[in-house]
Design a protein around this ligand. Structure first.
Ligand SMILES: Nc1nc2c(ncn2[C@@H]2O[C@H](COP(=O)(O)OP(=O)(O)OP(=O)(O)O)[C@@H](O)[C@H]2O)c(=O)[nH]1
Ligand SMILES: [Mg+2]
Length: 316
């Protein structure tokens, strides 16, 4: 796949510390159970909508990089699928991708939902994380928690002796995000810059386009349908003459009944998904887009190794 640089969003570069500080650069894996707000946190840290966010668990299926370059540091964030006990092949790949990102990182942001923390499942997961990287506890969604209730959560995790820092956040409201960047910086290795400063991800534009469409499918459908859906961008043509981008994407599901749901009565569902997605893709690309969607069936693809790979969820 070709790599294309993605425009930097509104989030400005962070101001530098003092001039004698060496430049630091490294990988930061964002890890935790499904639905705790990892992708929301990635978007907040990078200052741009990169990763799909929905209220449904298991939204993220692959490792998603987001790069933030400040004057004195470059953070390469890796959003990961939520870690849980997998039941089918696609889920096995998702969980494997999360552990692989954690293993290769300099820093792990261990994100927990502050509303139900401390949770036994988080403790189990923490015990399985690699011990090499510096680990930072991030209780997220603090906008939903009465402050004094956070103290016992922090005490619970402090007693584990596994964390270098504790930074509560509300990724949705942006609270604690700057403190988190400040807390991470000294734990990044001294390194030269790894990516050009205007590069926001090492993933191609097509990936983000497909994820945007998939996010809209997740938001508008229920039960098995979102989980049985995958999106492939079949055509992506920048027409300089017409100054718009032509995109043709396929939504694949596992059964013809699911195809019927995605298309909807007289095509209304597909039209709504297309309209929502086009709006976000135009924001992302910074120009008008013609988006054509169609729906295909790939029988039981979530259990088929080859199809999982074709959809981009294979080896990472
Ligand atoms: N109230 C509140 N909601 C949040 C916050 N951060 C995320 N959410 C919501 O939590 C839900 C899940 O957010 P995601 O960012 O998709 O969570 P995730 O951990 O990436 O989920 P998976 O990809 O499924 O593992 C969404 O409805 C978010 O809007 C927060 O700080 N406060
Ligand atoms: Mg996610």
């Amino acid at each position: 796949m070709t790599t294309r640089r993605i425009r930097r969003g509104a989030h400005g570069a962070l101001s530098g510390m003092s001039e004698d500080q060496p430049f630091r650069a490294g990988y930061v894996a964002i890890v935790g159970r499904p639905n705790v707000g990892k992708s929301t946190l990635l978007n907040a840290l990078v200052g741009q909508k990169l990763a799909a966010v929905t209220n449904k668990p298991q939204t993220t299926r692959t490792r998603i990089s987001g790069i933030l370059t400040a004057e004195d540091a470059q953070y390469v964030f890796l959003d990961t699928p939520g870690i849980f006990v997998p039941k089918y092949k696609l889920q096995e790949h998702m969980v494997r991708a999360a552990y692989a990102a954690a293993k290769g990182a300099d820093i792990i942001l261990f994100v927990v939902d502050a509303v139900d923390a401390p949770h036994a499942a988080d403790d189990d997961l923490l015990a399985r994380l690699p011990s090499g990287p510096v680990t930072i506890l991030v209780p997220n969604k603090i906008d939903r928690v009465h402050k004094p209730l956070l103290l016992p959560v922090l005490e619970h995790y402090a007693a584990k002796g596994a964390f270098a820092e504790f930074v509560p956040t509300s990724a949705r409201k942006g609270a604690g995000v700057d403190s988190l960047l400040t807390a991470m910086r000294p734990h990044l290795p001294v390194n030269p810059q790894m990516f050009p400063e205007d590069q926001v991800s090492d993933l191609p534009t097509r990936f983000f386009v497909a994820e945007t469409v998939r996010e809209k499918v997740f938001l508008r459908t229920r039960q098995e349908v979102p989980y049985a859906s995958s999106v492939v961008v079949e055509e992506f043509v920048e027409d300089a003459g017409a100054s718009r981008t032509f995109i043709r994407a396929a939504i694949y599901v596992e059964r013809s009944t699911q195809k019927g749901i995605i298309i909807g009565k007289q095509g209304t569902m597909l039209r709504d998904i297309g309209r929502d997605a086009r709006h976000d893709i135009e924001d992302f690309l910074g120009g008008p887009v013609f988006l054509e969607l169609f729906v295909g069936v790939r029988d039981g693809w979530r259990e088929h190794e080859q199809m999982i790979r074709e959809f981009g969820y294979g080896a990472q």
